[in-house]
Design a protein around this ligand. Structure first.
Ligand SMILES: NC(=O)c1ccc[n+]([C@@H]2O[C@H](COP(=O)([O-])OP(=O)(O)OC[C@H]3O[C@@H](n4cnc5c(N)ncnc54)[C@H](OP(=O)(O)O)[C@@H]3O)[C@@H](O)[C@H]2O)c1
Length: 121
């Protein structure tokens, strides 16, 4: 798995940092397989300090990742998804951690697959 999957974070804030550090520290994936982008240099430096690859744009993060974790604040989720919609494909998995965002809101860019038995919408 470590040789195959690349994980991208759109939104390099506190939650993304905690999750990325957890993944890297636990050895689930090497930090070199994790990528993100951020407009502020200090956030880029934080992620670089534990081996995450920094890209220039959200689009590049999506392009270069198999699994994308959407970790921006809920109020910017829609804007970010509309921007990134053209760059998602059937092969990519989107995971949203944004509080209060419904599955139907994520459908602007993704086909939602429901687990057997269903989950609350
Ligand atoms: N904190 C928690 O305990 C917690 C728990 C569960 C779920 N969540 C959810 O996790 C998400 C992230 O929370 P957080 O606490 O990590 O917030 P955060 O620290 O503010 O992280 C969000 C990051 O997204 C960046 N950002 C803003 N607009 C962007 C854009 N267009 N493209 C890319 N990045 C952009 C922000 O940059 P700037 O700072 O420069 O604006 C910030 O670094 C939220 O949706 C929240 O509901 C949080």
């Amino acid at each position: 798995m470590a040789d195959v999957y690349r994980l991208g974070f759109v939104g390099a804030g506190n939650m993304a940092e905690s999750i990325a550090r957890g993944i890297a520290n636990s050895g689930v994936l090497p930090p070199s397989t994790i990528r993100t982008a951020h407009r502020r240099p200090e956030r880029r430096t934080v992620f670089e300090s534990f081996g995450v690859r920094i890209l220039e744009t959200n689009q590049q993060v999506v392009d270069d990742s198999h699994i994308v974790i959407l970790s921006v604040k809920p109020q910017v989720v829609k804007e970010v998804l509309l921007e990134l919609r053209p760059f998602f494909s059937d092969e990519k998995v989107l995971v949203s951690i944004a509080a209060g965002i419904k599955l139907k809101d994520l459908q602007v860019c993704c086909l939602i697959l429901y687990p057997l038995g269903g989950i609350p919408k």
